[in-house]
Design a protein around this ligand. Structure first.
Ligand code: SAH
Length: 340
């Protein structure tokens, strides 16, 4: 809300139709406008097949703008990273990654983050606000438009904790999934959470076919509490119970993110415990090579070595490819630079 106006890009097609109908407009007009919104129109003036009178009516009632590119970095491997300035002047990041099988955009779900994980570049600056569904959609649309990369997948792994902004994220998923919109299937969407147990339960109830990733980073409470404050609220036991129930309900295997940190979470005992947990929840481990954050004393562990050890323990483990290493593509870094 701003000057009593609503943000039009956050509205679902059905809501748009209901509002248009209240204005005496036919349903096909709502469909037409929805398509413009999902093609990245940045103003009503661009909607050239609407009458001037209708464009003026919409302008009076709704907010529609495009985010501006504050900074852009391109990697030799084709990865492009954006720092966007949103309507209220806040900045968020998105990263376009090119893979052989298609292009994926990694988007932010909040301005800042309140989780405070010790290894993360987004910590320290705190949470400013949630992003709306329309703003998340804008990250996707404008990243696609500027990079020229046709996007086939979306990952909610940028700045912020998506499950803390549940309603807006849910709405965003509906918008990108809509056949009249971007038509991106749930199986091409991944969502990463630090492990908010009640919201994992809520998501399970929705039985979506997206890929859920859970940031585990330690298999024991003592270590996890040192790395991630959320572990003080939900212990590994309750997290695993929620993850097991999620798998039972959706039939989708959860991917567990684990950034090896030398001498902290990479011991043989911890690997055994991790493998046990994975057996229990039918999960697999995605080892993320630790990105160094300026000012942090944490040293990267050996991800390849741990992947081998986990495989030997019968646990499915992969090492995440590092894209955009030459541009600090690790999320949070650009915004952090801008803020300091
Ligand atoms: N709030 C969500 C999304 C965060 S970012 C979550 O916690 O899952 C996506 C992943 O990157 C998370 O697994 C996060 O723990 C991890 N991550 C954050 N900082 C990192 C760093 N410096 N090195 C490696 N992985 C990191």
């Amino acid at each position: 809300m701003q000057d009593g106006k609503r943000e039009i890009r956050s509205l679902l097609p059905g809501e748009l139709e209901a509002e248009f109908s209240a204005l005496g407009l036919p349903a096909y007009r709502a469909k037409q406008v929805f398509r413009w919104l999902c093609r990245g129109a940045g103003s009503f003036g661009e909607m050239t097949d609407l009458s001037k009178a209708l464009r003026d009516t919409l302008e009076e009632r709704y907010i529609l703008r495009a985010p501006e590119i504050l900074r852009k970095q391109e990697s030799r491997d084709g990865t492009v990273k954006y720092l966007w300035r949103m309507r209220d002047g806040n900045a968020v990041e998105s990263v376009v990654m090119r893979y052989r099988y298609g292009n994926t955009v990694c988007i932010s779900s909040q301005v800042g983050c309140r989780q405070g994980c010790v290894f993360c570049a987004s910590s320290g600056l705190g949470l400013v606000r949630d992003l709306s569904a329309g703003e998340m959609l804008e990250e996707v649309l404008y990243a696609e438009r500027d990079s020229g990369a046709k996007l086939t997948g979306i990952v909610l792994m940028g700045i912020g904790e998506p499950l803390e902004n549940y309603e807006n994220v849910r709405r965003f998923l509906t918008l990108v999934n809509d056949p009249q919109g971007l038509n991106i299937g749930m199986r091409h969407i991944s969502l990463s959470t630090c492990g908010l147990v009640p919201q994992i339960g809520q998501l399970a109830e929705e039985d979506l076919q997206l890929t859920l990733s859970v940031s585990l980073h330690a298999p024991d409470d003592e270590t996890r509490k040192k790395l991630m404050p959320i572990a003080r609220r939900y212990d590994v036991e309750s997290l695993m119970a929620a993850c097991g129930a999620y798998y039972e309900k959706t039939g989708r295997r959860i991917s567990f993110e684990y950034a090896p940190i030398r001498g902290v979470n990479d011991s043989p005992e911890q690997m055994e415990l991790l493998a046990q947990l994975m057996r229990r929840v039918h999960g697999h481990v995605n080892l993320i090579p630790l990105n160094r954050v300026p000012g942090s004393a944490l040293e990267p562990g050996n991800a390849r070595e741990l992947a081998k050890r986990l495989s030997a323990l019968g646990c499915n483990a992969t090492v995440r490819r590092r894209l955009g290493a030459d541009i600090d593509a690790a999320c949070g870094q650009l915004r952090r630079k801008e803020a300091t």
